[in-house]
Each structure stands twice: as C-alpha cells, then as structure tokens.
Design a binder for this molecule. Structure first.
Ligand code: COA
Length: 178
C-alpha cells in the first residue's frame, strides 16, 4: 500500500524510518513493555502502516505467515489524546481490506486477556477467541487470547463490502469527535 485517504483528513500510509521517533513515543504511552527502536526498525520490513492527521496518531504492525495465507497483527496503538474517535477502526479496516486484496485468508493476533478494551475492539471486527497462551514471567504469568478472523474471498477493491464478513461494521459511524 502506498497512501490511503481516510475520513476527516486522515491519511494511512506505509511507515518509514523517519516516522519511528513518533511511533516509539506512542508505543511508550500505550504498552507496559514498549518495543525497542531496533524492533520497530525490523518491523519496517513487514506490514507497518501509520495513520496521520497533521502528525502521526497511530500505527499497526503485522507480518505475513504461511506463504501469504495468514497475517498476524503484532501491534496496534493510537495516541491516548486521539482514542475513542474511530482512529484504530480506520486503521484496522484499511489493513483488513489490504490483506484481503493480497489474498490473505485469515488474520490472527494475541492479546493480553487483561486488556479488555483491546479484546472488545477486536470483537467489534468479528475476531473470535480461538485459544489461550500463557506467558510465564519471574513472579507472575499473563494469559493471552489467540483471536482469529477469517477474511472473505478477495473481490474488486473499490466495491469491497466490509459488512460481508462483519455486519456490525456497517453500523459504525465514521464521524470523528472534535
Ligand atoms: C485499542 C486501541 C487501539 C483502540 O483505539 P481507538 O482509536 O480508541 O479505537 P476506536 O475509537 O477506533 O474504536 C473502535 C471500536 O472499538 C471499541 N473500543 C475501542 N476502545 C474501547 C474501550 N476502551 N472499551 C470498549 N470498547 C472499545 C469500540 O467498540 C469502538 O466502537 P464504537 O465506535 O462503536 O464505540 C487503543 O485503545 C490503544 O491504542 N490501546 C493501547 C494499545 C493496545 O492495547 N493495543 C491493542 C493490543 S496490540
């Protein structure tokens, strides 16, 4: 993907190395264990989109597995000042459309079960909890949900009906608050 014009003067495009300082800032505000600059640099070789409205306000990182049949979403975050306005929805909808055009059949991700807002967010798009994974630390452990979404057959990009695989999305408002 090169550039995609989203609603309300938002643009979604592939990330570049120049974007990484701002992406790191958002990551540090969004996760208890932020990624390192090195990890983000490597992610530039994968699917890495940023969404901007004057400045970058969110990003998504994903990688292609199983000879292109499956995509794993590794990270999605929106700057705290811009949450609850449909920014992640624009980012995920555009990414899902892109995956479908690339003939991807299924999208998977792992999300901490304690991250209720993220689980709710993914469920809105039709992701379902399929499995559990336990990550054991020094003193404690975290339970991660493995969530999965099957994509529809790829069809004409411009007429791609998102509601075909997720009826709820048809009811979303794309109005951004503020
Ligand atoms: C999860 C996250 C990406 C959502 O970003 P956002 O831009 O605020 O989300 P949107 O405004 O696009 O919300 C889209 C839908 O997701 C759901 N959602 C988003 N945040 C939610 C929350 N805190 N609680 C419940 N549902 C929520 C809503 O149902 C919303 O639909 P609605 O418009 O009908 O209310 C954002 O909260 C974030 O960056 N969190 C920290 C990082 C993180 O946890 N990432 C996910 C794990 S990788």
């Amino acid at each position: 993907m090169n550039t995609y014009a989203a609603g309300h003067s938002m643009v979604i495009r592939s990330a570049t190395e120049e974007d990484l300082d701002r992406v790191l800032e958002i990551d540090q505000l969004s996760f208890p264990t932020p990624w390192t600059p090195h990890t983000f640099k490597i992610a530039l070789k994968d699917i890495f989109f940023v969404i901007e409205q004057k400045e970058i306000i969110g990003y998504i990182v994903a990688c292609i597995c199983d000879l292109g049949l499956r995509v794993e979403i590794l990270r999605i975050a929106v700057h705290p000042d811009h949450r609850g306005k449909g920014v992640a929805k624009e980012l995920l909808e555009t990414s899902l459309r892109f995956f479908s055009e690339e003939n991807v059949e299924a999208v998977e991700l792992r999300v901490n079960s304690a991250n209720r807002s993220a689980v709710k967010f993914y469920e809105k798009f039709g992701f379902e909890i399929k499995n559990f994974a336990t990550i054991i630390g020094d003193q404690e452990f975290d339970i991660f949900y493995v969530m999965k979404l099957k994509l529809p057959e790829p069809i004409e990009a411009k007429n791609w009906p998102l509601e075909k695989f997720c009826p709820e999305v048809a009811y979303y408002t794309v109005q951004l608050a503020g």
